[in-house]
Write a protein that binds this ligand. Sequence first.
Ligand code: HEC
Ligand code: HEC
Ligand code: HEC
Ligand code: HEC
Ligand code: HEC
Length: 451
Amino acid sequence: MFIKYYYLIPVLALALLSAFLFDQKPAGDKALGTRKYDDFQPPKLCSSCHQDIYQQWTQAMMSQAYTHHWDEIEYFKLAVPHAEKDPVVAGVKAGCNGCHAPLAFLAGDIPPPPPAKMSRANESVSCDLCHTIVGFEGDVPYNFNWIVEPGRKKQGSRGAKSSPEHDLVKSDFLATAEFCGTCHNEKSPYGVWVKATHLEWKEGPYARQGVRCHDCHMTYAEGKSAIMGATYPDVRQHLFHGAHDPGKVRGTIELRIHPNVREAEPGETIKLTLVLFNQKTGHAFPTGSVEDRLVWLHVEAIDSKGNRYHLPVDKKGFPGEEYTIASDELAYQDMGIALGDPNFPGLPRDGVPKGDRIYRQAYLDPQGRMTIQQWNTKSFGVDYRLGPRQSLIETFTFTIPANCPPGPLRVRAVLNYQKLVKPVADFLGVPAEESEIIIVNDHETVITILP
Ligand code: HEC
Ligand code: HEC
Ligand code: HEC
Ligand code: HEC
Ligand code: HEC
């Protein structure tokens, strides 16, 4: 009888051990419901001593990851109803919160109360969450696979003298790009990388030179990190400025356009060549929420009488190029699933002048249609974005109109940026600021039209 259960001992021991390990270090999906809200201190508490850092954080998107209007709309109008109808994506009902409302996710408060209820889900990516993350599970950071150990002990950059409020330890992990990658890389339920900011960075020139996310998004400046603390030459500024800071976006790409001839006659065909150079980003441009973003190049010629001629980009002929040239195609039909309208015809894919070049990666749903729902993405059409320090060339063939007046013909190229494709923003009632047009850069060249 005794002997009979003997063989179970190692099995039980193993189960206990793994339960113990599991309890200690749940990460990613497994961390759902493993903590309480009260395990974490609210940002307001940190603000009394860390005033500047607190105020910087309140202006950064990570303090609004749950409350920001577009996040609320996409989660409640699209993701939750979609998850309730389609078993493949059912996990996102909880999973979106792993990155956007991590405290609610850890507390198992799913779906969290809407932002207007002012619950602790609204703390979004909070001070205490980041400062109690001790590492991540596995080899690749993605899908909130960070490991968090809330408590008195805060992970910091220098292991300063502890304050009455907390114990401090120096964290090497917080200083790595992998820390950011735990939320800035995302794999869809179909197993494709729908967010890959850290992976793009890792393959690029900045990683090779040791320039991390922090060096561009959390820059160092002399000052104090706490009002009663020491002065340091290199206090980490919690700016986290990105797509929502027009100043950060401006100048990211540089443009230079030149003609093949400086003088031409009406009726003559000329060629213009434009070089784009990604000068500023450590990853692709655009990155992150690539499914939402639109970057497009608009080129116009303006003659001496002020008449304007739109120059469509020359086709290059690569596979999937159709996604990179603005057209009046419809797309985003898969929103119909969440909206309860299986025959939803879709919305204009681009909403920008036809023939303009678009820099994007096409996200495709299981039926092969373009989608802005990254969780419903099964494959990609084409990746035509600007990698870090990459240059791309575009050409424009232009036949000068027969009635073009003599004098200077100015050719102006403008690179525009929009956080959310306008037809989608308008349809879902997303406030206009999310689809405002930001000019990334422009350049002009002049040709003389002979009489
Ligand atoms: C716990 C998850 C998490 C971690 C860790 C994290 N982020 Fe974020 N981050 C987010 C989420 C979610 C958003 C999107 C906020 C929103 O809804 O617009 C975001 C937004 C941002 C933005 C703003 C983008 C914009 O649209 O303006 C920047 C910049 C950024 N993060 C940088 C970083 C850096 C640098 C690190 C590492 C030091 C980091 N993040 C670590 C979750 C995280
Ligand atoms: C009563 C004041 C007080 C409060 C409240 C407070 N801190 Fe601090 N904190 C300090 C002081 C003092 C330092 C040391 C500053 C220095 O290095 O001179 C510090 C340092 C830190 C550091 C840097 C550690 C390092 O080694 O670099 C982190 C991280 C930190 N605090 C996080 C937090 C978080 C998160 C909260 C809120 C949950 C918080 N603090 C609340 C006083 C406070
Ligand atoms: C060499 C500087 C540099 C480095 C390194 C860098 N970034 Fe950026 N990042 C930028 C600039 C400039 C922008 C603004 C243009 C844009 O939106 O892409 C930006 C934008 C972003 C955005 C918003 C993108 C969007 O379109 O919504 C996020 C998120 C972000 N960075 C996160 C990161 C993370 C995470 C890392 C590290 C893995 C990182 N960045 C490394 C310069 C950098
Ligand atoms: C997205 C994650 C994230 C959030 C949110 C965040 N921090 Fe930090 N914080 C960091 C990282 C990363 C570092 C240091 C990185 C390094 O060592 O280079 C840091 C550094 C610090 C430091 C030390 C600064 C220094 O140079 O001595 C303090 C203090 C601090 N944070 C407090 C706060 C407080 C208070 C909040 C909320 C108002 C907050 N942090 C929100 C990631 C975060
Ligand atoms: C692995 C972490 C992660 C998961 C899971 C995740 N997000 Fe995000 N989300 C981010 C990050 C990081 C950004 C910011 C990227 C950027 O700025 O380019 C972001 C950006 C967004 C934005 C765009 C914000 C803007 O300002 O343009 C929306 C909306 C959004 N997420 C909704 C969702 C929904 C809905 C889900 C679930 C279906 C989800 N997210 C799942 C990390 C995540």
